[in-house]
Design a protein around this ligand. Sequence first.
Ligand code: GLU
Length: 448
Amino acid sequence: MSDVDQKVSEYYSKLLKRNAGEPEFHQAVAEVLDSLKIVLEHDPHYADYGLIQRLCEPERQIIFRVPWVDDQGQVQVNRGFRVQFNSALGPYKGGLRFHPSVNLGIIKFLGFEQIFKNSLTGLPIGGGKGGSDFDPKGRSDQEIMRFCQSFMTELHRHIGEYRDVPAGDIGVGGREIGYLFGQYRRLTNEHESGVLTGKGLNWGGSLVRTEATGYGCVYLTEEMMKANGDSLQGAHVIVSGSGNVAIYAIEKAQQLGATVVGFSDSSGWVHTPEGVDVELLKQIKEVERGRVGDYVKHADNATFHEDGSVWDLEAAVALPCATQNELDESHAKNLVDKGVAYVAEGANMPCTPEAIEAFQKAGVHFVPGKAANAGGVATSALEMQQNATRDSWSFEYTDERLQEIMKNIFRATADTAAQYGHENDYVVGANIAGFKKVADAMLAQGVI
Ligand code: GLU
């Protein structure tokens, strides 16, 4: 074992002890530390001043009670979180997730990923994440509003344009951002547009923010395919999920000439051999808040399946856009057997470490979420720029900026991988490129 290996494994075993019972956080850190070994062999000064240990310890973790009254008049109690992980590059930035699976470990994994993702965008944003174990499924609009108001009643004292700027994630979209912003405005008596992103278009929101994560993932995929002499034109694509990221990944992939052959949600998956009717999918998921099984009732040539998974299908491109650890080793091997050539993560950490290894061993081009799904937060940073100058940009201009950012992320990822002797390993490339910018800023700013 080299000195670097020894040092990094010591950091990691301490981290496991200090953060017991947080497997997703361990998984996210293990992947980054693995890449950092390569950096430390070349540039040992990145281990100075406790840099790695500081990077893995959130600057601040806030946990709070969120009491609210349901439609039956019963008091419900949820738990709220905001993990302010790293602000070396700018104010903390990252979404809020409302889902019953949320706990501190999940928010820490997401916040940790967000540091490197935000750094890769090239924009001045630090990393943070928050959310609650509140389950929005089946809740009325009134209940969602009361929950959001209670959540913000505590959160408001910890956020601000220059401090921490939350946005959406799973379970938090335009409706929730509206209720959260309304309560923030009421509590502070200030219309501080820059405190949240993902706002409505007539009160400080940005065009393209809704589409940005899905579109960005596809822009990056197209760039990677071009670099290998391929294109989405005529390609078959599988997209898992059917939420905000999946819908706009499907829309953009099909606009670029691909056929999306399947999508899913937690109730099952839909096979669409002739492509997806995106307007129908939007109607079901965004307007009616229904399930994917409803899609086949209105679409010809589509079938709904509860058994197996969307990864049983055959396609050249796979875009996991649902949730963490949704694609495991057996799914990866299945996709490889059926000829998948490109995988880009639209969700945060949707592939297990074993799945990533299976893809990379088989020569599949694999881009991790911190690069592939950075388009959402990048466009949030563009929303912050518009808010700061009280401006609003056209769709075309904002979309051009997004395309440029995604191309730059792919270039930085691929070039960094090659520079460190790991050509085509986009995991190593994204981790190192994201890390170096944050690390340089932290070293320059002293031990804090
Ligand atoms: N939740 C998104 C992410 O995972 C977007 C965060 C944001 O716009 O701040 O990056």
